[in-house]
Design a binder for this molecule. Structure first.
Ligand SMILES: [Zn+2]
Ligand SMILES: [Zn+2]
Ligand SMILES: [Zn+2]
Length: 369
């Protein structure tokens, strides 16, 4: 039996239920938050604070919190103070703008050898950041407390939740970029700073599908200056195998010349049909004109997202993953992500892109639920 088809009442796309598609619902919700007035935002923050208790994550205010963080870049200072007072340590992003006094409270809780919430507290503090947090994490890395036996990772890995880590001497290492631009649906002929899913001539050595440049970045565009790329970066990969291998390694020059290599394919994949390839490479995206909140990717979309991201915090589907550079072994830095659903109705999950600029290497890997 074939599924009944409907048209999305917003964009006309094909869906299998009556109403509007996931992408349009995400966009409408985003636009709703973008049009809130300052007093309306203040009121929502008050409601979030009033809702902070152990069942917070099942309440509407939980979603409101992430939407305000993503689309209005709210300061979480007041929410963090109230959450610390109420003993609420989830979601961790509440502590993004925690004051030094609030961080001190959390660190004191964590330093209790009998602490039962070390997992949440480490994540909260990782997101809060600060030299005090780094000093505490370094101490706990070298002299673990009894609760560490119940955790699966040391503090230097927990720090990944905040987009950083540290070496043995306690030097902070950045794993994210502190600027964030979405790449939204929009006319690609007018703005070439970032292109998504452009066709390439070569075919995949593994499955025979035609390759795509999942992203082409013009580092000379002023909006991308934060990446420190002085030319054009193309990122070729196989649109089929990229989701069915451990990772794709791309070596690049800044004149647009790049090559790719698949690492550990899980299974044999079939060539992508021509019509699917045509659909994927015909999509239109353009780099936003203005930077947005570093948490933009973590808004309400649940990664039925209709846009890609450059910089900021990744919206990890599984645990944060920062690959080691295959050439120098150092941590790579997260710089972009593309939800496959933005490119094809048949795909799910997200492609994450990380870079080592010293070695001119990119790692591209897939996560899904
Ligand atoms: Zn739609
Ligand atoms: Zn392939
Ligand atoms: Zn390297």
């Amino acid at each position: 039996m074939t599924q009944k088809e409907y048209n999305c009442q917003e964009c006309g796309g094909t869906i299998h239920f009556e109403g509007i598609c996931h992408q349009c619902r995400g966009r409408k919700k985003r636009e709703g938050h973008q049009s809130l007035s300052e007093p309306e935002i203040a009121e929502k923050i008050e409601r979030i604070i009033a809702a902070l208790d152990e069942s917070f994550s099942s309440k509407n205010e939980f979603e409101d919190f992430f939407d305000l963080l993503a689309y209005r870049n709210i300061s979480t200072e007041k929410i963090a103070a109230a959450a610390a007072k109420a003993g609420v340590h989830y979601p961790w992003a509440i502590y993004r703008n925690a004051t030094p006094a609030v961080r001190e409270t959390l660190i004191a809780r964590l330093m209790d050898p009998k602490c039962k919430e070390a997992n949440d507290l480490l994540n909260c503090l990782a997101i809060a950041g600060g030299t005090d947090v780094l000093a505490a994490f370094l101490r706990l890395e070298k002299e673990p407390l009894p609760w560490s036996k119940k955790l699966y990772a040391p503090p230097s890995i927990y720090a990944h939740a905040g987009g950083w880590t540290f070496d043995e001497e306690g030097n902070r290492i950045e794993l994210n970029y502190g600027v964030c631009f979405p790449v939204l649906p929009g006319d690609k002929s007018a703005d070439h700073a970032v292109l998504v899913a452009s066709p390439r001539a070569e075919t995949c050595p593994h499955c025979g599908s035609r390759l795509i440049d999942i992203m082409t970045l013009d580092g000379r565009d002023s909006r991308l200056a934060f990446l420190g790329l002085s030319g054009v970066l193309r990122i070729p990969l196989c649109p089929v195998c990229a989701t069915m291998c451990e990772r794709t390694i791309v070596r690049y020059e800044l004149d647009g010349d790049s090559s790719m290599e698949l690492v550990e394919c899980f299974e044999d994949s079939n060539r992508m049909p021509e019509d699917e390839y045509a659909e994927m490479t015909a999509k239109n995206f353009t780099l936003a004109k203005q930077p947005e909140s570093l948490f933009y990717a973590q808004g309400c979309n649940d990664f039925c997202g209709d846009y890609a991201m450059i910089g900021g915090f990744a919206d990890w589907i599984q645990d944060p993953q920062y690959d080691a550079c295959p050439d120098c072994g150092k941590h790579m830095r997260y710089f972009a992500s593309v939800p496959w659903s933005a490119l094809s109705d048949h795909s799910e999950g997200t492609l994450f892109l990380e870079i080592c600029q010293d070695c001119r290497v990119i790692s591209a890997f897939h996560q899904q639920t």
